[in-house]
Design a protein around this ligand. Structure first.
Ligand code: EZ4
Ligand code: CO
Length: 402
């Protein structure tokens, strides 16, 4: 069997998605997600100019060799743009493998370790009362786990909070908008927020919170410690992850579980975090973490250190990635939770999906491979439109982490 061609489909049903479609000489094709929010066209250029010409003629069954070809073989290893391209290639090849063998992806990577995939949703409000109300709605919808983000008094706009009471969407049309941030106001507010949430909704609901890289290790240690009484499922990205040793400080002060790595793209980003058991959950998703081939290794290494998966699953990761993640989450033993921000309904006009949500969990049907298809005619109706993630400054104007 041979790869005959591949193409990149860029579409924007409400937000931009990049999808790689790999064709074979047996009429079977595979799909991979190649979306890197706000940097879409860089991945497109890398795939079209460098990867696709090198894919043609290869046997799509050789997932391991092809992965290494585009990782070791390119000399300039790692990096978000190239790893997203590698992820898309790998995902599409596993999709093809499943279709050739007429079996769902999860069967190729261990079969089902569980019946269904626990997911968490987002609840965010402009202030404390609004957030409390939004959490109630999510619990009514059936969610067993909720990520809680709230507007902070004194900060004009806070990460994770929807504008104009619409759904939360990280990227905005056009060039990057600037936001303003005040860590001390944030740190003073968050424990009060979670105290109210527990008071209102009791102990059963799993609560998560994303710090979105805004603290120093010492600030994060304070926050993790002060949140201990509310026993979070996890505290996400309390610090930016480049300084892996920085997580030691948080660990020394608190038992609040830590999730990290949605911006990581390699197993080496995790090495110290794993071997010193500095975190509890792996956030790196299939689409940015080198696809199924690499993430199986990351999950396996994590399992040695009692670390579970908790993949990124915001709306800027396409339905192809979500479906592949459900297969993966069903299969690996050390699954923890999956982020699930449902896509807008127009996304489902373009992508034909095979998963469903019921009572706090996602399940997927038994179609072969990943099981998601793309309607290229519909995709053509929604052309690419420039959108960027925000840039963040401290109130005095100093550029800061978003
Ligand atoms: O900011 O997906 O946990 N989820 C997140 C997301 C990310 C966006 C970036 O594109 O942090 O909202
Ligand atoms: Co996050």
């Amino acid at each position: 069997m041979k790869i005959t061609n591949a193409k990149v489909i860029v579409c924007s049903p409400g937000r931009n998605f990049v999808t790689l479609k790999i064709f074979t000489d047996q009429g079977i094709f595979g799909l991979g997600d190649a979306t890197l929010n706000g940097m879409e066209k860089s991945v497109v250029a890398y795939l079209e100019n460098y990867c696709i010409p090198a894919l043609i003629g290869r046997d799509p069954g050789n997932t391991e060799d092809i992965w290494n070809y585009f990782y070791r073989g390119v000399y300039w290893r790692r990096g978000a743009v190239s790893m997203t391209a590698v992820s898309a290639i790998d995902m599409a090849l596993w999709d093809i493998k499943g279709k050739v063998l007429n079996t769902p992806l999860y069967n190729l990577i261990g079969g089902k370790s569980r019946k269904k995939v626990l997911v968490y949703c987002h609840a965010n409000g402009k202030d404390l009362d609004d957030t409390i109300e939004k959490i109630g709605k999510e619990i009514e919808t059936g969610f067993k786990a909720v990520r809680v983000q709230s507007g902070v008094p004194g900060i004009s706009h806070t990460y994770g909070v929807a504008r104009d009471n619409k759904f939360y969407e990280p990227a905005h049309k056009g060039l990057a908008q600037e936001e303003y941030w005040d860590t001390s106001k944030y740190l003073n507010f968050v424990p009060t927020l979670f105290s109210r949430v527990r008071e209102n909704y009791g102990d059963d609901i799993h609560l998560l919170h994303d710090v979105h890289h805004r603290c120093t290790p010492n600030e994060a240690a304070r926050l993790a410690k002060e949140l201990e009484p509310y026993h979070l499922f996890w505290l996400e990205d309390p610090v930016s992850g480049e300084l892996q040793e920085g997580l030691r400080l948080i660990r020394q002060h608190s038992t609040t579980p830590i999730a990290i790595g949605e911006v990581f793209n390699s197993i080496y980003d995790y090495s110290t975090l794993f071997t010193e058991q500095l975190i509890d959950y792996i956030r790196m998703p299939l689409v940015h973490g080198g696809g199924i081939t690499h993430m199986l290794k990351v999950a396996a290494m994590g399992s040695v250190y009692h670390i579970n998966t908790g993949f990124h699953g915001a709306t800027d990761l396409s339905p192809v990635n979500l479906a592949a993640s459900i297969h993966f989450n069903l299969a690996v033993n050390n699954f923890g939770i999956q982020e699930y921000m449902p896509h807008q309904s127009i996304v489902n006009e373009v992508f034909k999906t095979n998963y469903s949500f019921n009572d706090g969990y996602l399940t997927i049907d038994d179609s072969p491979g990943i099981g998601v298809d793309i309607d290229e005619k519909k995709a053509g109706l929604y052309p690419y439109s420039v959108a960027r993630l925000p840039v963040n400054r401290k109130t005095d104007g100093t550029l800061f982490n978003w």
